[in-house]
Design a protein around this ligand. Structure first.
Ligand SMILES: [Zn+2]
Length: 218
């Protein structure tokens, strides 16, 4: 696969997709009102809009390896600025932090030696250490795939905690008009689980019927 493949896709978009949704794109040319900030790993296998069947303009995306949200103000940069803009300026009502199965970054947390030559990645992974430390106290008999999933889930929980240290998020939570969700996307099975703070574990996301069906029932 080369860049030609991407250029072919662009041509297809301009010839077939854009004309079909011209009105939407004209509307979006002047404004955006996204319904959620979606923070997920940069992994190429995750397509948030495909997964949630959302249209352009609906999700404000923050893609960053390991779906890591450094605590404020430890690492002011692209992630903190994206959060501040989405929550403080655009006023999104929901924030979703979405981890995923087979995450290379989570594997790196388990094997930091392998990443030592990568100074930036290693430094970034330090933000996932609390998740690793939280699990160290657990039953060490866990097999590798289970442990990797447990680490992925724990990492999402830790990043949700970090998210709350950001002033724009803390202010909106105080006003009770912002909701935070922690997801884990199972790439191979197309399943999404969400963290239930009440049950202290990840459970299958309760999906909502497509809009058209809901209207038909009225
Ligand atoms: Zn990943």
């Amino acid at each position: 696969m080369t860049v030609d493949n991407i250029l072919r896709g662009l041509k297809r978009f301009q010839k077939k997709v854009y004309p079909k949704h011209r009105e939407l794109f004209h509307k979006l040319a002047l404004q955006q009102r996204p319904t959620a900030l979606f923070i997920t790993c940069a992994d190429s296998r995750i397509d948030p809009c495909l997964l949630t069947q959302t249209k352009p303009g609906e999700l404000f995306l923050c893609r960053v390896i390991g779906n890591i949200v450094p605590r404020y103000p430890e690492s002011i940069g692209g992630v903190s600025a994206t959060i501040e803009y989405a929550v403080g300026v655009l006023g999104v009502p929901d924030v979703i932090v979405c981890g995923h199965t087979d995450c290379g970054v989570m594997k790196g947390v388990l094997n930091p030696e392998a990443l030592k030559p990568l100074a930036n990645v290693s430094a970034w992974l330090a933000h996932a250490q609390p998740a690793r430390e939280a699990l160290a106290k657990r039953d060490s008999d866990l097999g590798d795939p289970e442990f990797l999933l447990a680490l992925t889930e724990r990492n999402v929980i830790e990043q949700l905690k970090n998210l709350q240290t950001h002033p724009a998020v803390a202010a909106r939570l105080e006003q009770r008009n912002l909701k935070l969700y922690g997801w884990v996307y199972d790439i191979g099975r197309g399943i999404v689980t969400t963290y239930s703070s009440r049950r202290q574990k990840f459970i299958r996301v309760r999906t909502v019927k497509p809009r058209k069906m809901a209207r038909a029932r009225k």
